[in-house]
Design a protein around this ligand. Structure first.
Ligand SMILES: Cc1ncc(COP(=O)(O)O)c(C=O)c1O
Length: 354
């Protein structure tokens, strides 16, 4: 039996994907060779890359004119590649500061030009999504983080944007329907809803590139990777393969509509318990609550040891909150079944009834 894995990332992946992946490490395609000991230029791996890119396009209904890349360096490298590739010499960018990851993205952009912070929720330890700001068209791009993994907030409606719209979707990509045509660049580390750490998905509109007047180092230039079909250098073959398997699992089960509806059920189940159980309180503003990462506190700290023992005994893993918020964080990525959330809710009820 697998544990009920609420880890924030790296996190739960479908068991059948893990089984297929482990088989491929020993014997890929029944060729008596491991996936990780064949050339990335061989047809079997080229097929994997093509299939992974095709599944991203299909699941997110990506229109023509976008490229799909599987890069390395994590979402953290994108914090720097975005301004390198989009911020014009002497230009300005705009950011929304919704947490630790946004702050890191802002810090990198400052090395390339002016940064306007249009909204900032640091005054309340990032427990809400700033609203009511205006994006002007004199900035080269606007950057936001769709889901704030640490604080449990999520942008429910993206702003209308008169300039390029760039989004870090590391912790909610493939979890709900999005209209990709509204975005110019999306990036996401694989290690939440896609696969193992080690690759970063980048979805970029081709026509926005090559306009900064900057000299971009080869490996940091999106055009380098686009021109070589994401195979300029050796790609991270294992993370790309597992991502392909996870996306195939998602497609086979009904795609984004299917998973979006289950994710909503999971979030409703847990938030309802938090709101009705006097021993718990949520930390995020209700209207901005994330469906992926649910952050909550115990109202009675004398129950802490008991609660921790109870959820551990129930086979739950990874429920401790991030140190900057404290309390608990239940990360409920795509592969976490509704039954696991029910197990957690049952423990919370039992604690209140004891
Ligand atoms: C929203 C968000 N952005 C960026 C990152 C950083 O990703 P990486 O560790 O792949 O650089 C994380 C990691 O958890 C994240 O949750």
């Amino acid at each position: 039996m697998k544990k009920h894995n609420f880890s924030a990332g790296p996190c739960i992946l479908p068991l059948e994907v893990l089984k297929q992946a482990s088989e491929a490490v020993i014997n890929f395609n029944n060729d008596d060779l491991s996936l990780i000991e064949i050339s990335h230029r061989s047809q079997p791996f080229v097929d994997v890359m093509n299939k992974a890119q095709g599944l991203v396009k299909e699941l997110l209904e990506i229109p023509k004119g976008y490229s799909i890349l599987f890069l390395q360096g994590g979402a953290s490298l994108e914090f720097l590649m975005v301004p390198f590739n989009l911020l014009k010499k002497g230009g300005k960018s705009a950011y929304l500061n919704t947490g630790a990851w946004a702050k890191k993205a802002i810090a990198e952009a400052k090395g390339f030009g002016q940064v306007e912070v249009l909204g900032d929720s640091s005054d309340k330890n990032f427990n809400y999504i700033p609203k009511g700001y205006t994006i002007t068209n004199d900035v080269d791009y606007f950057h936001c983080t769709s889901n704030n993994t640490i604080y449990g907030t999520q942008i429910k409606e993206f702003p209308s944007c008169p300039t390029l719209l760039v989004c870090d979707m590391s912790s909610d990509i493939f979890s709900r329907k999005i209209d990709v045509s509204k975005f110019d660049l999306i990036y996401a580390g694989a290690q939440k809803n896609m696969g193992p750490a080690g690759t970063t998905l980048v979805i970029v509109k081709d026509e926005i590139l090559g306009k900064t007047g900057r000299n971009i180092p080869t490996m940091l230039d999106y055009n380098t990777h686009i021109s070589k079909g994401s195979m300029f250098n050796t790609p991270p073959v294992f993370p790309v393969y597992v991502s392909m398997l996870t996306l195939q699992w998602l497609k086979n089960n009904g795609g984004i509509n299917w998973v979006g509806s289950i994710n909503q059920q999971k979030a409703d189940l847990l938030y309802d318990e938090i709101d009705s159980n006097p021993l718990f309180e949520g930390t995020a503003n209700k209207e901005d609550r994330s469906n992926m990462n649910v952050t909550f506190l115990l109202t009675d700290s004398s129950k802490e040891v008991k609660f921790n023992n109870m959820w551990e005994e129930a086979g739950i893993n990874g429920l401790k909150g991030h140190r900057s918020v404290g309390g608990y964080r239940a990360s409920m990525y795509n592969a976490l079944p509704l039954e696991s959330v029910q197990v957690l809710v049952d423990v919370m009820r039992k604690l209140a009834n004891n």
